[in-house]
Design a protein around this ligand. Structure first.
Ligand code: AP5
Length: 213
């Protein structure tokens, strides 16, 4: 059976960067609620009696999309995955409780990065709308400015990577997701990784935990 890996960290900690590489090198499914929600941003959820009518409205405000929507996405994705690396979920204690009801975990990793570094990383991030490749204007620039190395498409900034929305996402993280990190720490299963190393060095640490899981 494939391994079940959970990767935790604040917005910008490098979850997406490391998860993609883990998925490819360990032959795991990359289950990411952020990407799944971005692909379904305009889904009509008006019949579910939430504050907003689409995931987009929550995401652009830097708020969490309602649990009922996200839980369903994760359940469906995990059902069809053998091994997986889960990125972006759980983001509050209710989601963590739900996750424990639908699967078990072989390793829980936490990428530790300081707040100022997170803001720099997110406001400087550029993404490829075609193939999903990730860049940073300073830390990981493409060979030609504004152009994806992988597929040649023009790079864009994510709608929620403006400084104001980044600050809101970090405050939502402190309030809702840090308790999840503490929960796994108290259970004694959390492996903390220094996320401020180079991406290759972070990967070396992450991969050695996954190897042993
Ligand atoms: P989501 O897409 O999950 O965003 P996030 O958690 O805020 O994380 P990011 O994707 O922004 O950062 P990352 O940790 O993946 O970092 P990355 O590798 O890209 O969620 C977006 C929104 O969707 C949420 O705000 C919410 O509305 C909704 N949502 C998602 N899940 C939900 C849930 N479970 N419940 C409710 N709502 C949910 O790296 C960032 C940058 O840093 C890049 O530019 C990269 O090149 C650079 N970088 C990476 N590693 C390094 C390094 N080691 N050194 C230097 N630079 C680095």
């Amino acid at each position: 059976m494939g391994k079940h890996i959970l990767l935790l960290g604040a917005p910008g900690a490098g979850k997406g960067t490391q998860s993609k590489r883990l998925a490819s090198e360990f032959d795991l499914e990359h289950v990411t609620t952020g990407d799944a929600l971005r692909a379904n941003k305009d889904m009509d959820i008006s019949d579910m009696d939430f504050e907003y009518d689409t995931p987009r409205a929550y995401m652009d405000a830097g708020e969490l999309v309602p649990d009922d929507v996200v839980n369903e996405i994760v359940k469906t994705a995990l059902q069809s995955a053998d091994g997986y690396v889960l990125d972006g979920y759980p983001r509050n204690l209710d989601q963590a409780e739900y996750l424990s009801e639908i699967t078990d975990l072989d390793a829980v990793l936490y990428l530790d990065v300081s707040e100022e570094e997170l803001v720099d990383r997110l406001t400087g991030r550029r993404v490829c709308p075609e193939c999903g490749s990730n860049y940073h204007v300073e830390f990981a620039p493409p060979a030609e400015e504004g152009v994806c190395d992988e597929c040649g498409a023009d790079l864009i900034q994510r709608d929620d990577d403006t400084e104001a929305t980044v600050r809101e996402r970090l405050s939502v993280y402190h309030e809702n997701t840090e308790p999840v990190v503490d929960h796994y720490r108290e259970e004694g299963v959390l492996v903390e990784i220094d996320g401020e190393q180079t991406p290759d060095d972070v990967f070396e640490d992450v991969a050695s935990v996954v190897d042993d899981a």
